[in-house]
Design a protein around this ligand. Structure first.
Ligand code: GUN
Length: 296
């Protein structure tokens, strides 16, 4: 069994990015600048945003974190979005989701300028991705594509079962895997809570992407001998033996599935670190575009 080590791969790619940043700034450009907006005090969101900001520092990007209280109004958040859209010093920005319940996530996503939407959540970027045009690709599916690419996992002609149809992971994953590219050219089955015979479909898969958010859902009996398994889940489950009182559990029952499959991503240290790398790459693209435009 091959461990698809996203943490090690992310470290390698970050070194490559850092080198590119040195060249970029050496040519007289300012460093790429990512802004993150965090509303409220959700524990997992704080961890994710913290990782994003720290990763910026590691590669020589500038980063700014806007921490807003949970009671922030829609108007206040929309005003910040408008400000960030207009700020030529900001190459790309993200508004961390989920937002507190009283805020309208759709309205916020639609208000982000597509050229600065480094999460790739705006309909313009999703539409462009779907058409195979240059676009900011959503971080998690793009991180998975990079894992498949760098580890040389053959995708062409393979049957891939994606479990979960979220806008952020499952649906864009199915599009990227099925398009005519390398990696890509998979035959994709996109499954969800209404899918019948899920276990049977999974057993037919060469590649399984588990992205439904149910801890240890995918068990060995659902996996064909020699399959490649990608685990997107990252749920905090109570664990009294840990100092912080919880551990991170993927959607895959790692121990049993690892014994059977050809390759697998661990949790933590698999898809998560590559998600951050994708965000850095999108931000670098945004900076290249923004600064090339500023010069003409
Ligand atoms: N919440 C979970 N994943 C993401 C992500 O990739 N971007 C943002 N903005 N929020 C998220």
């Amino acid at each position: 069994m091959l461990l698809l080590d996203g943490k090690a791969l992310a470290a390698t790619i970050k070194e490559e990015i850092a080198e590119d940043v040195r060249r970029f700034t050496g040519e007289g450009n300012r460093p790429p600048h990512l802004v993150a907006v965090l509303v409220g005090d959700d524990g997992a969101s704080q961890t994710y945003v913290g990782n994003k900001v720290r990763s910026c520092e590691q590669v020589g990007f500038r980063s700014t974190l806007h921490r807003l209280p949970a009671e922030t109004s829609q108007e206040e958040l929309m005003a910040l979005v408008a400000e960030l859209n207009a700020d030529a010093e900001v190459d790309g920005y993200i508004v961390q989701l989920p937002l507190p319940g009283h805020l309208d996530e759709e309205a916020v996503t639609l208000a982000i300028a597509p050229a600065k939407d480094v999460d790739g959540f705006h309909p313009t970027n999703i539409g462009r991705m779907t058409l195979g045009l240059p676009a900011y690709l959503p971080a998690t599916p793009n991180g998975i594509m990079r894992i498949l690419d760098r580890y040389g996992v053959e995708t062409s002609g393979k049957h891939c079962v994606v479990i979960g149809r979220s806008n952020i992971v499952g649906t864009p994953m199915s599009i990227l895997l099925s398009r005519n590219a390398n990696p890509g050219n998979c035959t994709v089955t996109l499954t969800h809570s209404r899918t019948k015979n899920l276990a049977e479909l999974c057993r037919q898969a060469d590649i399984i992407v588990a992205a439904l958010g149910r801890p240890a859902f995918l068990t060995a009996d659902m996996v064909r001998e020699g399959a490649v398994v990608i685990d997107v889940g990252i749920t905090r489950v109570e664990d009294a033996s840990r100092k912080r009182g919880y551990r991170l559990q993927g959607d895959v029952d790692f121990e049993s599935v690892a014994a059977k499959c050809a390759a697998i991503t661990p949790v933590p240290g698999g898809v998560g670190p590559m998600t951050v790398v994708s965000l850095l790459l999108n931000t670098f693209d945004a900076a290249r575009r923004q600064q090339a435009t500023a010069r003409v």
